[in-house]
Design a protein around this ligand. Structure first.
Ligand code: IPM
Ligand code: MG
Length: 351
C-alpha cells in the first residue's frame, strides 16, 4: 500500500504530521512518500505542483493532503498560486467526486454555532462535483466597450460531468438514508437547468432513492434552520465549496471535517483518492502548535477505508478520535486548550 503525503502550507505540515503518526502506529506496512505542494513547492521549485509531486501522487494508492495557501503568494499570476496545486491534482487525477460528511460527534453538541437540539440531528453527506463548473471554465480580464476593466469566469457543466457525479450521489444515498437533495440555482442559471435535467434522468435508475431539488440560497438557509432534514446533498463545485464550509460550523468546527476526493480509477485495494481536511492553511495560526489535527486524522481514516481497503483500521481511528473528544480532549477551535501534538498523542493512546 503506497500513500503520497503532501503536507503543503501553513498548518498543513503540522496537522499532516499527526495523521502520519496515526498511520504509522497502525503498523500495516503502508509505504509513505512525502512530496512538496503549494506555496512551499513554489518557493523551493518555482511551481505549486511540481511534475515530480504529481507523479508521486499518481503512482500511489491514495494521497494524504494537508492544506495549501500562502499570503506571500497572493500577488503571483494565478497559475502559480498555491491553490492551483489542489485544483491541478483534482483535475489531473480526475478526482471528480468530493465526499464531505458532516455529523455531530458525541459531546460536541454544545460547540455548534446552532442550538444543540438542532445540531445533534445533523448527519449528512455533501457530494460536491470537483472537476467542472466556474472553477475550470474560461476566465480572465477584459476591457468593456466603455473602457472599464472586467473580470469573468465562465460557468458550465457538460451532461457527462453531471451524470457521473449524480451516479456517485445516488449510490451514496442507497448506502445511507435513501434520500438525495440536489442543490442548484435553476431559477436563474442554465448550467443549473441542465444539472437538474440530468439528475432527474439519472434518478430513473435509482427508484429506491427519494430525490428532491433545492435552490442553493434556500439550501444555505435550511442548513441552519433544520439541517437534520438532509441525508445526501449533491451539488456543483462552487455551491459545494460554500455549503461544506457552512456545514462544518453547524457540527462544531471546521477543524473536524474530513473529505475524500474520488475518481473512477481503482487500485489493488479500493478506489484511488485524495484525502484532505476541508479547512485551509490558516496562516494566522501556522507554527504555533495549536491547530486541530482531527480533520486530517479523520481524512486518513477515509483513506484507509476507501483507497486501502482497511475498513477495520478506519473504524479504529474514527473511534479513537471520538473517544478523545468524549474525554474532553478539545482543541482551541472547540473552546479547549489541547495543542496539535497533545491531540495527536491523545488519539494514539486511545488507538
Ligand atoms: C476547498 C478549498 C479549495 C476549493 C481552495 C483551496 C482552492 O476551499 O477544498 O474547499 O475552493 O475547492
Ligand atoms: Mg472550500
Amino acid at each position: 500500500m503506497k500513500v503520497a503525503v503532501l503536507p503543503g502550507d501553513g498548518i498543513g505540515p503540522e496537522v499532516t504530521h499527526e495523521a502520519v503518526r496515526v498511520i504509522e502506529a497502525l503498523a500495516l506496512g503502508i509505504e509513505l512518500k512525502h512530496a512538496p505542494v503549494g506555496g512551499a513547492a513554489y518557493k523551493a521549485y518555482g511551481h505549486p505542483l511540481p511534475p515530480e509531486t504529481l507523479e508521486i501522487a499518481r503512482a500511489s494508492d491514495g494521497v494524504l493532503f494537508g492544506a495549501v495557501g500562502d499570503p506571500d503568494c497572493d500577488s503571483l499570476d494565478r497559475h502559480l498560486r498555491p491553490e492551483q496545486a489542489i485544483l491541478g491534482l483534482r483535475k489531473e487525477l480526475t478526482l471528480f467526486a468530493n465526499l464531505r460528511p458532516a455529523k455531530v460527534f458525541k459531546g460536541l453538541e454544545d460547540h455548534s454555532a446552532l442550538r444543540p437540539e438542532v445540531a445533534s440531528a445533523i448527519d449528512l453527506l455533501i457530494v460536491r462535483e470537483l472537476n467542472g463548473d466556474v472553477y475550470f471554465g474560461e476566465k480572465g480580464f477584459r476591457t468593456t466597450p466603455n473602457g472599464e476593466r472586467e473580470g469573468y469566469d465562465i460557468m458550465s457543466y457538460a451532461t457527462s460531468e453531471v451524470r457521473r457525479i449524480a451516479h456517485v450521489a445516488f449510490r451514496a444515498a442507497q448506502g445511507r438514508g435513501q434520500r438525495l437533495c440536489s442543490v442548484d440555482k435553476a431559477n436563474v442559471l442554465e448550467t443549473s437547468q441542465l444539472w437538474r435535467d440530468v439528475v432527474i434522468e439519472v434518478a430513473k435508475e435509482y427508484p429506491d432513492v427519494a430525490l428532491s431539488h433545492m435552490y442553493v440560497d434556500n439550501a444555505a438557509m435550511q442548513l441552519v434552520r433544520n439541517p437534520g432534514q438532509f441525508d445526501v446533498v449533491v451539488t456543483g463545485n462552487l455551491f459545494g465549496d460554500i455549503l461544506s464550509d457552512q456545514a462544518s460550523m453547524c457540527v462544531g468546527s471546521i477543524g473536524m471535517l474530513a473529505s475524500a476526493s474520488l475518481g473512477e480509477r481503482t487500485t489493488a485495494h479500493g478506489t484511488f483518492g485524495l484525502y484532505e481536511p476541508i479547512h485551509g492553511s490558516a496562516p494566522d495560526i501556522a507554527g504555533k502548535g495549536f491547530a486541530n489535527p482531527m480533520a486530517t486524522i479523520l481524512s486518513a481514516a477515509m483513506l484507509l477505508r476507501h483507497s486501502l481497503g482497511q475498513a477495520d483500521a478506519a473504524d479504529r481511528v474514527e473511534a479513537a478520535v471520538g473517544k478523545a473528544l468524549e474525554d474532553g480532549v478539545l482543541g482551541r477551535d472547540l473552546g479547549g486548550s489541547a495543542g496539535t501534538t497533545e491531540i495527536g498523542d491523545a488519539v494514539l493512546e486511545r488507538l
